[in-house]
Design a protein around this ligand. Structure first.
Ligand code: UDP
Length: 331
């Protein structure tokens, strides 16, 4: 297939683009590099630098009788929860308006398949665990609200215009694959932050809340290896059916506490990690664990890298290699 990957210079998008190329697909990446890195775009992909909304019609074309692409994997998004509370307009414009423009460009160009990066943040504070796709969606921040709004828009495009669409609701993505990993200017995620402590790039990790109703008092999350996530995208693009919008949760199915993650990082790196107790972070739920049963049953997805130490080890290798590369570049 010939596929457009928006946000293919970002973390998940670049891993997915790498896997698509390995499986023989043709990939065009559009990314404005506002948060991504040009280096992350895999060598075999064609790279168009710029804003997705501005470029969508040009890249996709405007003749529905001669579509240029078999589908779009739409990763490009603003994705910082805290920032979305402070600057919601950036999220409504950057996520919702951009995606509506993309949907129109897909319609005008006869592009039939869409795989969209949705999120566990669409559910908000869950009533129970694990979370299924039938659970209520009550996002607690603008980031989750914009992703949910897009999911609704996609559903109506599927019904009205025959779009073949899949939304994948990611839980906590981590790990790395073939030189593609988490490398953000502004890092807020637990595993890369803890590994930065091991690398000596930061003094300590703050544990946001030690009084949660969990066995060790710290919050529990479901960490999914980015390679398993990328595999789900390949399955989704193949399984997409005209007129349907299918939604799947993607996690590893088991939860790990913040303290368990820190311990895994100590085991993997062989280094002590200084941690300090800190207040809860606003908007954080105590426990977020996915039921991925639907993806397993309907997509035939089978997560192969669910071991926390393996996920951390891949993230650690990526960060060490990145450090070596930037050290070599400075010399
Ligand atoms: N967390 C933490 N210290 C940090 C960053 C994160 O204790 O410096 C906690 C956070 O409160 C959450 C878990 O680690 O319970 C995972 O956070 P992350 O930001 O990686 O992902 P989220 O679950 O918010 O999407």
């Amino acid at each position: 297939m010939r596929l457009l990957v928006t946000g293919g210079a970002g973390y998940v998008g670049s891993v997915c683009a790498t896997l698509l190329l390995e499986r023989g697909h043709e990939v065009v990446v559009v990314d404005d590099l506002s948060t991504g890195n040009a280096d992350a775009v895999p060598a075999g992909a064609e790279f168009v630098r710029g804003d997705v909304a501005a470029l969508a019609a040009d890249v996709l074309g405007t003749d529905p009788r001669a579509p240029r692409f078999d589908g779009v994997l739409h990763f490009a998004a603003q994705s910082l929860v805290g920032e979305s509370v402070e600057v919601p307009e950036k999220y409504w414009q950057g996520n919702v308006v951009t995606t509506l423009t993309l949907l129109e460009a897909m319609r005008a160009s006869g592009t039939s398949r869409l795989v969209f990066s949705s999120t566990a943040a669409t559910y908000g504070e869950p009533d129970h665990s694990p979370i299924t796709e039938a659970d209520p969606t009550r996002p607690t921040n603008p980031y989750g609200a914009t992703k949910l709004a897009i999911d609704h828009a996609i559903s109506s495009y599927a019904v009205a215009h025959g779009l073949a669409a899949t939304s994948l609701r990611y839980f906590n993505v981590a790990g790395a694959y073939r030189g593609a990993g988490e490398n953000r200017v502004v890092e807020t995620h637990l595993i890369p932050l803890v590994l930065q402590v091991a690398l000596g790039q930061r003094d300590k990790i703050s544990i946001f809340g030690t009084d949660w109703p969990t066995p060790d008092g710290t919050a529990i999350r479901d960490y999914i290896h980015v390679l398993d996530l990328a595999e789900a995208h390949l399955l989704a693009v193949n399984a997409s059916t005209p007129g349907r919008h299918d939604i799947y949760n993607l996690g590893s199915g088991s939860g790990f506490s913040v303290r368990e993650v820190i311990s895994a990082c100590e085991r993997v790196t062989g280094l002590p990690i200084t941690a300090e107790d800190a207040p809860r972070r606003a908007g954080d739920p105590a426990v977020l664990v996915a039921s991925s049963d639907r993806a397993i049953a309907e997509l035939g997805w089978s997560p192969a890298h669910t071991d926390l130490d393996e996920i951390v080890a891949d993230a650690w290798q990526f960060l060490k290699d990145l450090g070596d590369r930037s050290h070599a570049a400075r010399r």
